[in-house]
Design a protein around this ligand. Sequence first.
Ligand SMILES: [Zn+2]
Length: 460
Amino acid sequence: MADAEEPEKKRRKIEELTEKMAVDGDSRDWDGRWNHVKKFLERPGPFTHPDFEPSIESLGFLLETCKILVIGAGGLGCELLKNLVLSGFSHIHVVDMDTIDISNLNRQFLFRTKDVGRPKADVAADFINGRVPGCQVVPHFNKIQDFDESFYRQFHIIVCGLDSIIARRWMNGMLISLLSYEDGVLDPSSIIPLIDGGTEGFKGNARVILPGMTACIDCTLELYPPQIHFPMCTIASMPRLPEHCVEYVRMLQWPKDKPFGDGVGLDGDNPEHIQWVFQRAQERAVDYSITGVTYRLTQGVVKRIIPAVASTNAVIAAACSTEVFKIAQGYTSIPLNNYLVFNIVDGLYTYTFEAERKENCSDGSQVPQDLQFPPSAKLQEVLEYLTENSSLQMKSPAITATLDGKNKTLYLQTIASIEERTRPNLCKTLKELGLSDGQELAVADVTTPQTVLFKLKLTS
Ligand SMILES: [Zn+2]
């Protein structure tokens, strides 16, 4: 976006355009505004889909009807918003829960120094709406979990520029829960395509997900870097590694001591927070004769630090926006099938492959999955399975069961007082907990909007 242009000149240009539009009586267009887009919509081409019919009506859908949701207004999100509005999309909602930090300004080009501290979604929407005539970007300074089905159902396409695997999985789970089936046949109108972009330093990927039809986020969980999980028993009572000490402070001591006041969460970007965790972890390490707790390690455990790279964001966002355009136009061209990998660590490397759908991929039908354990297995083992199994990779599962007609929480990690109360259950066997063969377990986790049902199969 022409940053080099002098502000005065830029303002005059916008004024001119606005005036011209008023004179034409047209709400948003001037001569030739959409010529570049029309070239794709009104002519056949070597890459168009066999069923594609060029039409002068397609542009209207793009400009007036099509509703896009962009999730994330950070490095990828800024690029996505800019690409989408310049391609003609004008009804866009953007969700982001973050505020602008000074360190964002080198690549998140919709933000200026004066915006530091303000919500990213609000500033991004203001910038775009002020700059591109006819655009209506609606900001939501929220978490994706703040919205329900009815919110997500209003969009034609959802595009994600997130840096969190948990949020991606949640979004994926939400779109799968929107699918409807009639006599076992998927109703195509219930599918909302998900275009997912991801970047990490000099590596990135873009993918097209048609929920219920193609591989989803959960089908390809193995492709994500393994998350480090330590069993709670180990962290709480028998630490062996320096990481265990840091995790102890992060998960148990921080919520208990509240060193920076009630309700102040641990912020991986705050050096004072890291310093506090570092010192407590060192004390614990001394108690258990563990060596190797350093400030750097502490920071690394609390927050995985990988620098953001503007050019990776630009390429991945371009790939994602192109896919949005293709799909929005009734598949003008054949969409990406379905996973693009991009790597500029050493030279430039990119390829596309078809990620395959998992046979047991959840399709929203809520059939309980089997969990096989001997009656002598401890609840801790079930918890480890849920977090470590490569196709589940839950983060902090909460397990409940209905016992004697009563709903009983067997373990819940996210609320400190309940964690403390249910922690003894971890060391009990399934039998001791009163669980029998065929018992249903309901598991809630941040990776999914819906409770996941399991059926306990006790092996002898
Ligand atoms: Zn799947």
